[in-house]
Design a protein around this ligand. Structure first.
Ligand code: SOE
Length: 383
């Protein structure tokens, strides 16, 4: 077992993602042989009572009420940004300038312009960086990536992916403030395009390569909502639903859709890829399975295989339980920490980096642009 060096983490934020990240930092070095042991050194947030309670629950040693104090601390190696989207750029740029390793919750930024500043900062400082696009690291999705890299699919014709939820249908739901900042366009940057489709796009770019052009439509079903911070009824600026067609640079065509208005669906992230020789499907509600069809097996017994991804020769699974026992959502974050720390120890870079996050931001920008223009829009190339 290699000796583990301590790596001091300073996290900003304490919401849903703060819990997912903290759990990952605590679990990764216990289940994986890693060169580093993350130490939960400090957590920063403006609400002192809430941040203290969070620190007690998760075992953070100290708290700060201002992220700037956290970034200036000499005893912090990693700044992990788990706060709302409008804070990402300023914190990341300051953290990079201070020479910290920077981790950032998705989407990287509210716009690609903001993302470009973040990429420039981490690259100028030469600091390791990553964006928490966690679904790449579901074992079934990682297996799909391996199958694609092995060339089993041949030429790719189609990619289709959706992310469906139903939690904002009530017109009485307010916008803004803790827990509901995702409905406030100023804070979130966009609605489901940046919050949900960004996941679909990140996985798709990783599996199927760059997207060349898009044509999109978005809709805001509830036009006004009470704002939690002002107390006034205000226009809603986010997209409640977003759908687009696109062409990948490899010639395949694709459809993407996300909404928070699909009654009955809580987090239905699905993806499907159809190649000349094989097809595969994945569904977050059944995340430990990969559906796989291979053309070479045509014949009387042809059919889709439903592969239960729990064996020790499946990605990540030898680090968990015995064959047949499943893992879940939180493990995707644990895997991301494990892969990142392993790469850090070997002086290697592992995606999704800030630059990868920016590639997704370029696509979401093009989607929103196309929804406004009603035309096909080209995806800007990375800086
Ligand atoms: C929105 O409800 C949300 O929590 C996203 O912000 C997450 O990124 C996604 O993984 C689950 O849904």
């Amino acid at each position: 077992m290699p000796t583990k060096k301590p790596l001091n983490v300073g996290m900003v934020g304490y919401g849903f993602m703060g819990r997912a990240h903290s759990n990952a930092f605590r679990q990764a070095y216990r289940f994986f042989d890693l060169p580093y042991e993350p130490v939960l050194k400090a957590v920063a947030a403006r609400n002192t009572d809430r941040v203290k309670a969070f620190a007690d629950t998760w075992g953070y040693q100290t708290v700060e009420s201002d992220w700037r104090a956290l970034v200036s601390r000499k005893d912090i190696d990693v700044i992990d940004i788990a706060s709302p989207n409008d804070t990402h750029a300023e914190i990341a740029v300051a953290a990079a300038k201070a020479g910290k390793i920077v981790m950032c919750e998705k989407p990287l930024a509210r716009t690609a312009a903001e993302g470009e500043r973040m990429v420039a900062a981490v690259e100028a400082a030469g600091v390791p960086n990553m964006v928490w696009y966690n679904y790449r690291r579901a074992p079934a999705v990682m297996l799909l990536k391996q199958l694609l890299d092995e060339g089993r699919f041949g030429r790719i014709f189609h990619y289709r992916s959706v992310f469906l939820q139903d939690w904002t249908i009530s017109k009485d739901l307010p916008q803004g403030g803790e827990g509901l900042w995702r409905l406030d366009v100023g804070v979130a940057g966009s609605g489901v395009t940046g919050d949900l489709l960004a996941h679909n796009i990140d996985t798709a770019l990783w599996l199927n390569g760059p997207i060349a052009e898009v044509t999109a439509m978005t809709e805001t079903f509830i036009k006004e909502r009470k704002h939690n911070l002002t107390g006034r009824v205000e226009p809603v600026g986010i997209d409640d639903a977003s759908a687009f067609l696109c062409r990948f640079e490899n010639g395949s065509m694709a459809t993407f859709e996300a909404t928070r208005y699909a009654r009955g669906h809580k987090a239905l992230y699905t993806l499907e890829i159809n190649g000349e020789n094989a097809s595969a499907k994945w569904d977050l509600h059944d995340l430990h399975r990969l559906q796989y069809f291979e053309h070479g097996e045509e014949g009387r017994l042809r059919g889709w295989r439903s592969i239960h991804i729990t064996d020790s020769d499946h990605p990540y699974m030898k680090h968990w339980w015995v064959p047949g026992l499943q893992i879940g959502y939180e493990h995707t974050f644990v895997h991301q920490v494990a892969d990142f720390l392993e790469a850090l120890g070997a002086n290697k870079t592992i995606g999704p980096t800030f630059r990868d996050g920016l590639s997704t931001d370029y696509v979401t920008d093009a989607v929103l642009r196309s929804a406004r223009s009603g035309r096909w829009e080209t995806v800007a190339a990375n800086i």
